[in-house]
Design a protein around this ligand. Structure first.
Ligand code: URP
Ligand code: ZN
Ligand code: ZN
Length: 507
């Protein structure tokens, strides 16, 4: 079937899957918007019909965590806003949220406009931007306010790792959280203890460990979970909602679960990289292969124990959204660290494969149903980042960002056949159930049966407002219900103090 250029589409005979229910219905799309959902719809004659019999009709995926063309450790991530978002469409993802991440001292507004100038003409799907705070000053504070008020940003990422380069100290985090809470944004944390990693890297070098395994050896699971616990503690004290990006270990995921049980407003994001079937990863004998798996925090070499734990927590609601952390570097770029693991540009692929990987590990493995899959790959992201119900649901009035999904078909992931620019795939050889049959972005069929029909700039920047109800309803209520109040006392009077004390305290 050729790809339709029609702006009127009728998706017929499929099962609509939202986060709360599944039902058989046709979906009529016009001018980029879902206009009707139901049976026996009245539609114009010139409509293009897509047969979805036997398929699932789901909200397009939202990848909460990408770094397209990210300038990192002297190189630039090879998947740019064009190749990265095009590949996303092939995998059923119709929106990415990327990170503005510039050097310490660079104006946040300047950096934001730089990223917009890279992305706007290139993106093939809709996108939005988180902004990373790598330094702290009054200027940063003012620019954060402006980003929230005038530039559609409602999330700020901070690093507790990469000492001297990106890392913020606790006192800076405290101040940033106070300001983020005031602006109604969300604090996102790269939670690893940067000081420990810094000294452990030196220790590994002294031990003569210079290969990629050194990356994991200086980042034991506690290095991550300590930082997770610490940032949640600080954020909670100032009533700032916090979102832990790339949650990679059992203790970190458990720290998030515990905090949620304690009533703290915290969200956790596992990434597709945790679910590679490759048991050797950065311990592989082949240097290129090992370096290809370097991501911070590292994915864990424990024969499936960590992935299974993460997927269960994602299924039961303790973890919230899924990203890919797509930061893809070719072998030639990774080779910057051939003699020293600490110089290997960090990052892995995932923007194309995230949906299939989570379907395989979540739904096909029996840990979650199709509705929870939609929640964790799309709807929850829309709610947390204040895009809902524009995104994340098949409903009248929502954007027509839709994936038609074959739950029974399988595909084998490989760098030889993927659509990303990068020359390596951490999921190489993985057989996944769940295949994108057709992707609709902004009401247009942009990918169908392995063929693209999309041009750079088809996607648009989607601004996001602060005070997302899903995040802030509880936060705002607490502001008043749990506000500390001073005890009312008579002024201290040295001549009467003892008398009053005996009277009041009755001793
Ligand atoms: O290794 C990673 N994750 N690279 C991208 C930057 C980040 O920390 O998210
Ligand atoms: Zn990070
Ligand atoms: Zn990242």
């Amino acid at each position: 079937m050729s790809i339709s250029l029609n702006t009127k589409l009728l998706i017929k005979g499929g099962k609509v899957v939202n986060d709360d229910q599944s039902f058989y219905a046709d979906v009529y799309v016009e001018d980029g918007i879902i206009k009707q959902v139901g049976n026996n719809l009245t539609v114009p004659n010139d409509v293009h019909i897509i047969d979805a019999t036997g398929k699932l009709v789901m909200p397009g995926g939202i990848d909460t965590h990408t770094h397209m063309q990210y300038p990192c450790m002297g190189t630039i991530a090879v998947d740019d806003f064009y190749t990265g978002t095009r590949a996303a469409l092939a995998g059923g993802t119709t929106m990415i949220i990327d990170f503005v991440l510039d050097k310490k001292g660079v104006s946040l507004l300047e950096a934001y406009h730089k990223w917009r100038s890279w992305a706007d003409p290139q993106v093939c799907c809709d996108y939005s931007l988180h902004v990373v705070i790598t330094w702290w000053s009054d200027q940063v504070k003012e620019e954060m306010s402006s980003l929230v008020a005038d530039h559609g940003v409602n999330s700020f990422k901070m690093f507790m790792a990469y000492k001297d380069r990106l890392m913020l100290e606790d006192d800076e985090l405290y101040q940033a959280y106070v300001h983020i809470r005031k602006t109604g944004a969300l604090a996102q944390m790269h939670a690893e203890n940067g000081a420990v990693i810094y000294y452990e890297q030196k220790r590994m070098h002294d031990l003569g460990i210079l290969g990629p395994e050194g990356h994991e050896l200086c980042r034991g699971p506690d290095v991550e979970s300590e930082a997770v616990t610490r940032c949640i503690m600080i954020a909670n004290i100032v009533n700032c909602p916090v979102y832990i990006v790339h949650c990679m270990t059992i203790p970190s995921a458990d720290a998030i679960s515990r905090a949620r049980r304690e009533g703290k407003v915290v969200f956790g994001e596992p990434i597709s990289a945790s679910f590679t079937n490759d048991t050797e990863r950065c311990w592989h004998k082949c240097w290129r292969h090992a370096a290809g798996h370097i991501v911070g925090p590292p994915n864990r070499y424990d024969h499936g124990v960590t992935p299974e734990h993460l997927i269960k927590l994602l299924a039961n609601g303790d973890l919230e959204c899924t990203g890919s952390d797509n930061t893809s570097h070719n072998g030639a770029e990774k080779a910057a660290g051939k003699d020293d693991f600490s110089k290997i540009p960090n990052g892995v692929n995932g923007v194309e494969d995230r949906m299939s990987v989570f379907w395989e590990k979540g739904v096909a493995s029996g840990w979650m149903d199709e509705n929870r899959f939609v929640a964790v790959t799309s709807t929850n992201a829309a709610k947390v980042f204040n895009l809902y119900p524009r995104k994340g649901i098949i409903a009248v009035g929502s954007d027509a960002d839709i994936v038609i999904w074959d739950p029974e078909a399988t595909r084998t992931i490989s760098a030889k056949t993927h659509h990303q620019a990068v020359d390596f795939n951490i999921f190489e050889g993985m057989v996944c159930h769940g295949v994108t049959v057709c992707t609709i972005s902004r009401g247009k069929v942009v990918y169908q049966n392995g063929k693209f029909n999309v041009t750079p700039g088809h996607g648009k920047f989607i601004p996001r407002k602060p005070f997302a109800p899903y995040v802030y309803n509880r936060v705002l209520k607490r502001e008043t219900s749990r506000k500390p109040i001073p005890v009312q006392r008579e002024p201290y009077d040295a001549t009467k103090a003892l008398y009053i004390c005996r009277l009041v305290c009755k001793h």
